[in-house]
Design a protein around this ligand. Sequence first.
Ligand code: 5GP
Ligand code: MG
Length: 179
Amino acid sequence: MHTTRVIDKEFEPYLTAAELDQAIEKMAASINHDYAGKKPLFIAILNGSFVFAADLFKKISIDAEICFIKLASYKGTKSSGQVITAIGLDTDIHNRHVIILEDIIDTGRTMHEFLPQLMHQQPASLELAVLLHKPEAAVFPVRIKYLGFSIPDKFVVGYGLDYNGYGRNIPELLRLREA
Ligand code: 5GP
Ligand code: MG
């Protein structure tokens, strides 16, 4: 089978560019329908979501804004573990209909910690649009309103997702080849 090397690992085809595009088309159609007249604010989580966010946003035909943030996680002083800080959120989300764009939800930890922080700013609504979800890896409950694909708990790269910084420019999704 054709494989692609990223740094020191071999990856095999998983989701084609056409399959990704089709799922994003469907997601955009749902959002266009559900958010008509609501002027939603998309918040894309960098770095991994930038390709997904760009492709989805091009298919959004209603009035909408988009902004980009980075999440930094620190080991908290609390026993509960991580503290997530948003970098670059300079748009006021109070009373806005917010849709978070995330490339992949794995354990759910990041969104589980981050969404309550956003709720403090009292958006009119807050939902998640996620390209990939690994249900087998779920540890923290996260409610995903718009989902592209449920995938097995295997490492994937491409379409914005990286392996140690590389592979983001691969136009399709690849998964780690079993040894
Ligand atoms: P969570 O907080 O849900 O465990 O982690 C989500 C983050 O883990 C994603 O935003 C992504 O950065 C990273 N991640 C989880 N699974 C994968 C994967 O299969 N491939 C890549 N490239 N990143 C992943
Ligand atoms: Mg991410």
